[in-house]
Ligand binder design. Structure first.
Ligand SMILES: C[S@@+](CC[C@H](N)C(=O)[O-])C[C@H]1O[C@@H](n2cnc3c(N)ncnc32)[C@H](O)[C@@H]1O
Length: 307
């Protein structure tokens, strides 16, 4: 089953893309279709509670709202847009051209949405983007940013004075934190040398909230709210978990075919070994079991001062 699943994923037309970034080859999330298939069920409850919590702020947003790391655009269109005031439009940005191409097609009929490629960690923000956006949002993206200060400096520069920025970012979770384990396996070592690039430095901070708050304040933001939350992802079976793990895995496509089945199995096993994971057998249908995965996330609400 794993072989079939992995084959389906690797042969998807939305395969991995490579982007040259700061002279190094960086692999970004690439499998838009599989990500859409499994991420909605997982992230919907999280989106719903975030969008409810910030209902007032969102409904008052006018002008252009950035969605940073918008991915395939499904959540921007189906969940975020209906919560914004009708005078508000979304500009979805993502480092992955593949994701942006997908989002443009997915949202083609939506006149209030446009998309463009942007690396939020760039050292070379385009002039036309500076103070071009009234507000910003970001879900499940900022944990990919290695230079956290640079990322928040850019967000500060992109927003107009008085702009709000609301985000949810992962601090701890099995999908990413299997990487240090797998990178130690002699057979995967050479394909995972840069695994640290895919784990947020905030994860390693003793007090992630105060470290991030300090950075945001130093950048110039007013911190309206910042807190750590636990969220539970609920997978119906191992295949669903594996689809999500593979859709965001940057290493497997670097490996020879002969290693991929084994890597897929090890990835699943290492994920299931994480402390955050537990299985629950449903009482009424004893054949069925759910896999719960506990993630720690940061909820962030910042405001750029008026002057
Ligand atoms: C897990 S997806 C989340 C997509 C969408 N926001 C959602 O909630 O479904 C993370 C997205 O962040 C993008 N991303 C990663 N690093 C980025 C960066 N430096 N700048 C902009 N986007 C980035 C990835 O390409 C990917 O599409």
């Amino acid at each position: 089953m794993l072989r079939l699943l992995q084959k389906a994923i690797c042969s998807s037309k939305h395969q991995q893309i490579r982007i040259n970034l700061r002279n190094s080859e960086v692999y970004t999330m690439h499998d838009a279709e599989n990500y859409i298939k499994v991420s909605h069920a997982q992230t919907f409850p999280v989106y719903k509670s975030m969008l409810d919590e910030f209902e007032n702020e969102l409904s008052q947003m006018k002008g252009k709202c950035l969605d940073i790391g918008c991915g395939p655009g499904n959540h921007s269109r189906d969940l975020i847009l209906p919560k914004l005031s009708p005078e508000c439009s979304i500009v979805g940005v993502d480092i992955s051209k593949n994701m942006i191409d997908y989002a443009r097609k997915y949202c083609a009929k939506e006149k209030r949405m446009t998309f463009k490629v942007m690396d939020i960690e760039t050292r070379d923000l385009k002039k036309e983007d500076i103070e071009a956006y009234d507000n910003g949002l970001s879900f499940f993206c900022l944990h990919w940013v290695q230079d956290v200060r640079c990322g928040f400096e850019n967000i500060f520069k992109l927003l107009r004075p008085g702009g709000h920025f609301i985000a949810l970012s992962v601090v701890d979770g099995s999908a990413l934190f299997t990487y240090p384990k797998l990178a130690k396996y002699p057979r995967y070592k050479e394909y995972m040398k840069d695994y640290l690039k895919y784990i947020t430095p905030i994860h390693y901070e003793e007090n992630p909230r105060s470290s991030l708050k300090k950075i945001c304040e130093e950048v110039g933001f007013g911190v309206v709210h910042m807190s750590m939350r636990e969220i539970m992802l609920d997978f119906k079976d191992e295949a669903e978990l594996m689809t999500l793990l593979l859709s965001i895995n940057p290493f497997i496509d670097r490996m020879p075919e002969s290693l991929r089945d084994e890597y897929t199995r090890d990835l699943l096993q290492e994920a299931l070994k994480q402390e955050s994971f537990y299985k629950k057998v449903e009482p009424r249908a004893s054949q069925e079991q759910s896999l719960y995965d506990l993630y720690k996330c940061m909820v962030i609400h910042l405001k750029k001062p008026i002057s």
